[in-house]
Design a protein around this ligand. Structure first.
Ligand code: CTP
Length: 398
């Protein structure tokens, strides 16, 4: 399994819910980012706390009680895969019928990710035509079913209906995920805004939050890439991302140039300062000293430098945060900095740009590509950008 793969683990209310704890643990051990979602009935068999303690984030149990206003769409859109283990006859029926009356079934309808259903129930229920018909419907829609095993069931009965062994479930998930389209590719991503010190407590900064760069790093890792993330942000990177923290443009320059020669793809999503104070005071500047005069000097344009050093086959992606004449300004940067792609956004558009969770961009290519990406979460934008990068890599044979 690729590190950071986002898996929603749905647990419904059957006695086998206790085995889902082991599925959760094995997925986390394999490097996945696991978000547990428990139905109300599941809570009769296992505690949410058990999953919260083992998973990558606290277990969710309701559409209404969490901090998110719309948890099902966030979970569904971000997931690389959803697995339901155990899946009761009831959850299977609801999913087949499109009923979305709790967080788990709503998440199932709000996703385009592959879904793995692991039924567990008594033999009579398993063999009931309604259950089999519902499973046939799901199969026909491309849902993957991990058939239950035969053995001892609750109450001492023997027969088919026992939840598949956790290792088998994890193997089935691995098979569904398959190799990523960035397997074996080294991607370098920069994120966040640099801080240029005036003195030990003051700096010149910008509004970049690092969210878009981190989303790119997470998405690339989820698709199999080896990712080096050079970031000014404190936010956590997903497992498998080699995150290196920097603060100033000079530190970012050194860190990027150190790894760029080996990179197949470099994505400069960071907002690098164009100017920095020529000198930074060793001690805090006091008001009593009067208003300081801060003399600025230019920083290195890292992206332009990468353009000069670019080796054949390397794909270079820039970002252009603009406030006016977005396309023309971005197209100009694409040419000047010798890029393959530039991701341009109008940071004044509603819901786009700095610190928002969403973004709306246009991707311009040196080959004439012009692709509008409407408003979506930053992971979704990352997905679109990498969808454009992958064929470029194939074309250049990197
Ligand atoms: N960039 C960089 N190094 C810098 C400044 C910017 O690598 N010192 C990169 C950013 O990471 C981003 C792109 O260049 O990918 C954005 O360029 P920008 O600074 O907006 O363009 P400029 O050429 O500086 O043009 P402008 O005068 O419009 O700011």
């Amino acid at each position: 399994m690729r590190p950071g793969t986002r898996i929603v683990l749905g647990v419904s209310g059957g006695i086998a819910a206790y085995k889902a704890v082991e599925v959760c643990r094995q997925l986390v051990d394999a490097g996945a980012h696991v978000s547990p979602v428990l139905t109300e009935d599941a809570l009769r068999f296992v505690g949410a706390l058990t999953f919260s303690a083992l998973a990558s984030e606290p277990a969710r149990t309701s559409l209404w009680d969490g901090p998110d206003l719309i948890p099902h769409t966030r979970l569904g859109q971000r997931a690389d895969l959803i697995v339901i283990a155990p899946a009761t006859a009831r959850v299977i029926a609801k999913y087949a019928a499109g009923i979305s009356d709790d967080l788990l079934t709503a998440t199932l309808l709000a996703t385009r990710a592959p879904v793995v259903v692991c039924p567990a129930m008594h033999t009579e229920m398993w063999e009931h035509p309604s259950v089999q018909d519902n499973l046939a419907t799901l199969r026909a829609r491309g849902v993957h079913i991990v058939d239950p095993e035969s053995g001892r069931l609750a109450g001492g009965d023997e027969g088919t209906g026992r939840l598949a062994d956790p290792a088998r479930i994890v193997a089935a998930i691995d098979a569904v995920l398959g190799p990523g389209d960035l397997d074996g590719v080294h991607v370098v991503v920069t994120a966040g805004g640099t801080r240029e010190p005036i003195d030990p407590v003051r700096f010149i900064g910008n509004r970049s939050s690092g969210k878009q760069g981190h989303a790119l790093a997470d998405e690339a890792a989820g698709r199999g890439a080896r990712v080096t993330l050079i970031t000014t942000s404190e936010r956590a990177a997903s497992a498998g991302v080699d995150a290196r923290r920097v603060e100033t443009a000079a530190e970012m320059e050194a860190a990027v140039l150190d790894v760029a020669a080996d990179a197949d793809v470099v994505i400069m999503a960071a907002a690098v300062a164009d100017f920095r104070p020529k000198a930074s005071a060793a001690q805090k500047i006091k008001k009593a000293e009067g208003v300081p005069e801060v003399v600025l000097e230019a920083t290195t344009d890292i992206l332009a430098e990468l353009g000069r050093r670019k080796r054949p086959g390397q794909v270079l992606v820039g970002f252009a945060a603009e406030t006016d004449d977005v396309r023309a300004q971005a197209a100009d940067k694409l040419r000047r900095k010798r890029l393959d792609l530039i991701v341009a956004n109008d940071v004044t558009a509603p819901g786009a740009g700095f610190s928002h969770d969403t973004n709306e961009v246009v991707i311009l290519g040196a080959d004439g590509l012009e692709q509008n990406v409407g408003l979506r979460d930053k992971r979704g934008v990352a997905r679109e950008v990498l969808d454009v990068v992958v064929p470029l890599l194939r074309r250049t044979g990197a």
